[in-house]
Design a protein around this ligand. Structure first.
Ligand code: FDA
Length: 431
């Protein structure tokens, strides 16, 4: 690429919300697509509780291989099995085990990367600054990560899941308002997220233990939800990944291996961090948004537990202590044309605007893996991405870690070979 003056965009699972792994918004930025889908071997060492995984593997392939090697081991990462390991680990990665074990990126022990000079590096040869940057600083900016060495985590032989649906008429507003304080403070073995769609809230849980204990915890902490023994399903951890992905635990585990490469819908998503519970009346007003024909869904992912015990500068992902939950606004549609596009975009952007007074401020933060170009786009100065312009979106994803990411970029790719609309710019030298 460098020899021919052609940039490279790297694609692992292709799930970037803005498609930046395979398209460029600027016609002056032609590129070659480096598709890593075939680099997807997973080698598990159950005795050491470690694994090497190629960036092109999906989370489903990783989970399947880990469980095939040992039912006592797992890996804490996202819920959607077709997400690629490469992009996911590059941006952090959270899912049902995060309250007990933190982010996927917190469990990276080593990595193999090709840098902008074409050198093949590992943790020792890349150095700790670059190793820090690739574990949450977002994909594309620092080189091509070929594979990752992961620390696996322990799970019990059986875990418990449940899904409880409450409609607006069954006091869903009251339950969501209460959930905001309860869920982030629950014991770390208990994850309870909320999916809000139409006029319903679905409370979905994974507990690293058995049903009896879960029932007593729910009674003690969240009796208003009315969870009872009959709501429980005791299954293996690997079945729980199928349960969360496909809403049923009885489907075959082999579904995790389906890479689902046929895109059939458009998506726009945005995200917020909530640090103070959003008032009841605001939740009540969201039902009007959710009743619209073009409405999407809201996903409330509780933090707390291990997420709050990692220092915000330990990795580039800064959203740790003090964040109650991640709030995602997600719209997907299959109709072609600008009318549908405009309607769905207006829904996501309108609700996001309405929530502004109630979410994190100065800056209003978001999650880099829920990429959102509305937050800002890079501009060039002297054929290098402008640091000052990039700060606008960069501090929303990375807060105080953005400057350190830019300093690492200046060290490893000062010519800005690896870049896209939201890549990390090189930090300008002090005048
Ligand atoms: P893709 O290949 O599009 O890459 C994303 C970015 O990383 C691009 O900029 C790309 O160039 C770069 N990149 C990719 N591979 C690289 C490599 N090997 N080296 C260097 N750069 C590389 N997140 C989450 O935390 N929890 C969740 O539960 C979910 N669930 C979810 C569901 C669905 C349906 C979608 C579409 C997305 C999610 N996500 C998520 C977000 C997901 O973590 C995020 O989109 C990841 O970046 C996707 O990684 P892919 O490799 O699939 O994307």
């Amino acid at each position: 690429g460098r020899r021919h003056g052609v940039r490279v965009r790297v694609r692992s699972g292709g799930h970037d919300y803005e498609g930046l792994s395979y398209l460029s918004l600027d016609p002056r930025e032609p590129f070659a697509l480096l598709d890593l889908a075939a680099l997807r071997a997973v080698r598990v060492d159950p005795a050491r509780a470690e694994a090497w995984v190629g960036s092109g593997a999906t989370l489903g392939e990783l989970y399947y291989a880990v469980a095939a090697a040992s039912r006592a081991l797992a890996f804490p990462a996202g819920v959607c099995p077709t997400v690629g390991v490469g992009g996911h680990l590059s941006g952090g990665g959270f899912g049902t085990l995060m309250r007990r074990y933190g982010l996927a990126a917190d469990h990276v022990l080593d990595a193999v990367l090709v840098d902008a000079s074409g050198r093949l590096l590992n943790r020792t040869t890349m150095g700790e600054d670059l190793f820090w940057a690739i574990r949450g600083g977002g994909g594309e900016s620092f080189g091509v990560v070929l594979s990752w060495k992961l620390r696996l985590v322990r799970v019990p032989a059986l875990v418990t899941v449940f899904t409880i649906r409450r409609s607006r008429k069954q006091s869903a507003t009251h339950l969501i308002a209460k959930w905001q304080e309860i869920a982030p403070a629950l014991p770390p073995d208990l994850y309870l997220r909320v999916y809000v769609r139409n006029q319903d809230a679905q409370f979905q849980s994974l507990f690293l233990g058995r049903c009896d204990r879960l029932v007593s915890l729910m009674r003690a902490h969240f009796s208003d939800l009315g969870m009872v023994r009959a709501d429980c399903e005791e299954i293996t951890w690997i079945q729980s990944t199928v349960y969360f992905a496909f809403h049923s635990s009885s489907k075959p585990l082999e579904l995790l291996l389906d890479r689902g490469t046929k895109p059939d819908s458009y998506v726009k998503a945005k995200s917020d961090y909530v640090q103070v519970p959003i008032p009841w009346h605001v939740w009540e007003s969201t039902w009007t948004w959710l009743a619209k024909q073009e409405a999407g869904i809201l996903i409330l992912d509780p933090y707390g537990g291990r997420m709050g015990r990692v220092a915000p500068s330990a990795t580039p992902f800064p959203h740790r202590k003090g964040n109650l939950y991640n709030l995602q606004y997600y719209s997907s549609w299959s109709e072609n044309g600008t009318d549908a596009f405009d309607k769905h975009m207006a829904w996501v952007r309108g609700l996001y605007k309405q929530m502004e007074p109630y979410v994190s401020k100065n800056p209003r933060t978001g999650y880099v893996n829920y990429r959102d170009l509305d937050l800002g786009r890079n501009e060039l100065g002297d054929n290098v991405t402008s640091y000052a312009k990039a700060k606008v979106w960069g501090e929303k994803y990375f807060k105080g870690n953005f400057e350190r990411l830019a300093a690492v970029k200046a060290m490893v790719d000062p010519d800005d070979f690896f870049r896209n609309e939201q890549s990390i710019p090189p930090l300008p030298a002090a005048k």
